[in-house]
Design a protein around this ligand. Structure first.
Ligand SMILES: [Mg+2]
Length: 172
């Protein structure tokens, strides 16, 4: 496993958003959390937020954490979810490029060292977060429905995940 794969290492692996407790962030000095949209906050291509996710966002906000959606999706849909959750958003982001993250950090007024990111894809969310030196959390996608190109990327992702498990970086 060469150094080149390190960019895809998540700091934390979770199954559900609700696996994350406010203290997981506070204990690490995290003040802001950047959330992916598709297959993280909502099922792919949707705008419906489950009551569990809604309650989770509320719990995080109440604990003092600032949150922002960072998505590659179009403005219209990202905006709907941002408004539902009462948090700011950055849309049409082209993750893993740094621009959308920089915009989100400016909105939350946090530094990379005090910011975490949660997303379901290694090659956009984790890579992008690592490029920005954020605390990266990799989550199991909410649904199996996704873009054709994402499905292709998943094959490579599965390969990387296998290496991560071998190295003991993630356990499942
Ligand atoms: Mg996603």
């Amino acid at each position: 496993m060469s150094v080149m794969w390190k960019r895809f290492y998540p700091a934390l692996r979770i199954k559900y958003l609700t696996d994350l407790k406010p203290d997981d962030f506070h204990a690490r000095g995290v003040k802001g959390v950047l959330l992916d949209l598709d297959n993280t906050l909502v099922e792919w291509g949707q705008v419906e937020v489950s009551p569990k996710t809604l309650a989770w966002v509320e719990e995080m906000k109440k604990s003092g954490l600032k949150m922002c959606i960072v998505s590659n999706a179009l403005e219209e849909r990202v905006k709907v979810v941002g408004k539902k959750l009462g948090i700011p958003w950055v849309s049409q982001g082209i993750k893993p490029r740094k621009t959308p993250y920089r915009k989100a950090l400016a909105l939350l007024e946090t530094t990379p060292g005090e910011t975490a990111t949660v997303g379901d894809q290694l090659f956009t969310d984790v890579w992008g977060g690592n490029r920005m030196a954020l605390f990266t959390v990799w989550m199991t996608p909410l649904s199996t429905k996704e873009l054709f190109f994402t499905r292709i990327a998943r094959r490579l992702e599965r390969f990387v995940a296998k290496q991560l498990r071998k190295k003991g970086i993630i356990s499942e």
